[in-house]
Ligand binder design. Structure first.
Ligand code: SF4
Length: 728
């Protein structure tokens, strides 16, 4: 167990500090944590990505360590009163195991599902996938990264044969002659990254931003294209059309390093600029200026983020920008390329080590016989015992409690009641379960619905690794142990595996599996606890073996090497060989080494505006909040800075609707409504309204969003649906 010597005040504590990284976004800014009698303080640290910068979220991250709302004991729902009540770990874990057994005995292994998160360390993501496949033996596992990274991941895989958000170091942004950001707002989502944009522009580079809103990032741009939400793909095709017409396509690169260009050339022939202007609202002159900057610049980088990716055509939209980058000969060229800005803290590593429905560690496919053999060997089980692929996150959540769907769910590091699209429906599905178990450090909106809540350690209380947006593997270091009553996710998984393994054991009624069992030398529980170690270093050593030979190969990455080198870029197959800061210099990760073009065409949003719902609705982030807000909504300074949801609308639209700044408004879609104060801004299109997605209750943006998903990757259409707006 991880219960340590800990007290809230820690009198007489010798000051100590550790070099670690921020708990929030994928920039994973370097920071130093110091602890003394007065508590824990955050100090910025020079690291190659943030260069000493932190945003407000990072500065205030330590406040949650001693937060009064922190969970420090398990909670179990009292069947008589329906209330969550404090319970011992034995009581809570017994309830979980009994519930799992009852559901699986009645409805089969797949009736238990697991839902992970893109904020979990690599070790946890790995252990969770392994626990689902050989502890629970269910195929039903997926994670909230499906809502974040899946479009770019799928497009990258099909074009390059590998999915690493940035295939080059972040520092390359500072050297770019032209930088195109599509649906990205780093000035609010990861402010220290803006230093690279400033450096780029100081060096004479051109920054072009594509976004339906005049965001803090767009305000810094040399050129801002403001398309209608859902038309980014058409904009990309028009840019390639212009590049072809003007002769800016790199014919030699296309011939030597790619396949499939002719089909793309034919498909973009129909996207003459005037047609794209008519659809997107982006003037022809701006399209031409953008294409010229991309086609005639020296070092050129194209980046996409959630604004372009969170659509039911997200994979095709990203593919359109990848096509543009390939046609211009950018990927693999020094200082140039295509990349996506990963969002969640471990959005990169979290999608590599097995918590995705179709995946095994090392970015292996679960339906690949060779991959199954390799991973099964590391796990010590026959390959045919590994379940097959499960279903993507929204499909999984929407099947909970339905006939044939899972009846029990274990949630680690996620809050789908706030973060899932069509959230009221998902909330209902969660309520229909026989058993909902949530491991979290705070009582999130999802935890509040659970039958059992398991209190978990925070980032400063456990060791592990994270993989940042550049594919650089970093060390997360513990400053102090978790408080009494709190366990790490790895310890919880280990405990659950041991208890589940005692099924059918008649040796003793009061088995203490992790301490061994006197009744038998051949104890399944002891074996299971050993198979699921709680020590992150041991888990990482196994992860390295499991990932060896895979696309995301961590075999040569040791914690010591990470310490010595400010992180290690995967793939890194051998301890004494090099890591890979830059991919694609000589070949792509496809069987023939060539990148693949994919012809893609614009299609309308899954839901178009109509007389009843005449406006477009889109969502995004604000600087002072993070994801579903479970943590940041409880930090005083962040709550003051961004206390509640709001609805941003253009003054002309507001005047037409009789709405003044600050008026309470109601945004209604076919799925539900959001109520929040109006915030008038000339920076948004008059046909579009915006709300941040960090808030729960009446201000929950995902009460409104559409649950249509991308047919390739399962990404929901968070970024556009049809609504009406009225004064509430
Ligand atoms: S939230 Fe992101 S940008 Fe802000 S300090 Fe943390 S890692 Fe850096």
């Amino acid at each position: 167990m991880t219960d340590g010597a800990w007290s809230a005040t820690r009198p007489g504590l010798a000051p100590r500090e550790v070099a670690t990284h921020c708990p929030y976004c994928a920039l994973q800014c370097g920071m130093t944590l110091r602890e003394d009698d007065a508590g824990v303080t955050v100090h910025p640290r020079q690291f190659p990505t943030n260069r000493g910068g932190l945003c407000q979220k990072g500065w205030t991250a330590a406040e949650l360590l001693d937060h009064p709302q922190r969970l420090t004991t398990p909670l179990v729902r009292d069947p008589a009163t329906g209330e969550l009540r404090p319970a011992s770990w034995d009581t809570a874990l017994d309830r979980v195991v009994a519930g799992i057994r009852a559901v699986q005995d009645d409805a089969g292994r797949d009736a238990v599902a697991v839902f992970g998160g893109g904020g979990l360390t690599n070790e946890k993501a790995y252990a969770l996938g392994k626990f689902a496949r050989i502890g629970l033996r269910t195929r039903n596992i997926d994670y909230n990264g499906r809502f974040c990274m899946s479009s770019a991941a799928a497009a990258g895989m099909r074009a390059f044969g590998i999915d690493r958000g940035l295939p080059f170091p972040l520092a390359d942004l500072g050297r770019a002659d032209t930088l195109l950001l599509v649906g990205a707002n780093p000035a609010e989502t990861m402010p220290p990254l803006v230093r690279w944009l400033t450096e780029q522009r100081r060096g004479g580079g051109k920054l072009i931003v594509v976004d339906p809103r005049v965001t803090a990032t767009a305000r810094q741009a040399d050129l801002h294209l403001q398309p209608l939400p859902g038309t980014d793909l058409a904009v990309a095709n028009a840019l390639l059309h212009i590049a072809l017409t003007e002769g800016w396509v790199d014919r030699a690169y296309v011939a030597d390093r790619t396949t499939g260009f002719d089909a793309v050339r034919r498909s973009v022939a129909a996207w003459w600029p005037a047609r794209a202007e008519q659809l997107s609202g982006v003037p022809v002159a701006d399209l031409e200026a953008t294409a010229r900057a991309l086609g005639t610049g020296g070092r050129v980088i194209i980046l996409t983020a959630r604004g372009a990716e969170q659509h039911a055509k997200g994979v095709d939209t990203v593919s359109a920008y990848v096509n543009l980058a390939l046609a211009l000969g950018l990927p693999g060229r020094d200082g140039s390329g295509y990349g996506c800005l990963t969002g969640q803290g471990n959005g990169q590593g979290g999608r590599e080590h097995g918590q995705k429905a179709d995946q095994l560690p090392g970015y292996r496919k679960i339906d690949d016989p060779a991959a199954r053999e390799h991973v099964a060997r590391v796990w010590g089980v026959p390959a045919d015992e590994l379940p097959g692929p499960g279903v993507p996150a929204y499909q999984l959540l929407d099947s909970l409690g339905t006939p044939g769907g899972p009846r029990a769910l274990l949630v680690f590091g996620s809050n789908p009641v706030v973060s899932a699209p069509r959230a009221a429906r998902i909330e209902g599905r969660l309520r229909d379960l026989d058993l909902l178990v949530v491991a979290d450090l705070l009582l999130s909106e999802t935890a509040a619905l659970a039958d059992v809540v398991l209190p978990t350690a925070q980032w400063a209380e456990e060791d592990g690794t994270m993989t940042n947006l550049e594919g650089r593997v970093l060390r997360r270091r513990a400053l102090r142990p978790p408080p009494p009553g709190v366990r790490t996710d790895l310890a919880i998984i280990s405990d659950l595996a041991a208890r589940l393994a005692t099924e059918g054991c008649a040796a003793t009624d009061d088995c203490a599996p992790t301490d061994g069992c006197a009744a038998t030398d051949d104890c399944a529980a002891t074996d299971a606890a050993a198979r699921f170690p709680a020590d992150p270093g041991t888990v990482f050593a196994e992860l390295r073996r499991a990932s060896a030979g895979g696309a995301a190969d961590y075999a040569g990455i040791s914690w010591d090497r990470i310490d010595a080198d400010d992180g290690v870029y995967w793939p890194c197959p051998t301890e004494d060989g090099p890591d890979t800061p830059r991919l694609f210099a000589d070949r792509f990760a496809t069987p023939d080494g060539r990148a693949r073009f994919h012809p893609v065409d614009h299609r309308p949003a899954a839901e178009e505006v109509c007389a009843t719902y005449p406006l477009h609705f889109t969502t995004g982030r604000v600087l002072a909040q993070y994801q579903s807000g479970t943590q940041t909504r409880r930090v005083a300074a962040l709550r003051r800075a961004a206390p509640e949801a709001y609805v941003e609308l253009h003054p002309d639209l507001a005047a037409r609707l009789g709405i003044d700044d600050g008026d309470p408004v109601r945004v209604t879609s076919r799925r539900g409504e959001l109520r929040a104060p109006a915030r008038l801004s000339a920076g948004i299109r008059p046909d579009t309204v915006f709300a941040p997605f960090h808030y729960a209750g009446a201000g929950r943006a995902n009460s409104v969003t559409n649950d249509a998903v991308d047919p390739i990757c399962g990404m929901p259409e968070f970024k556009i649906c049809a609504v009406r707006v009225e004064k509430a």
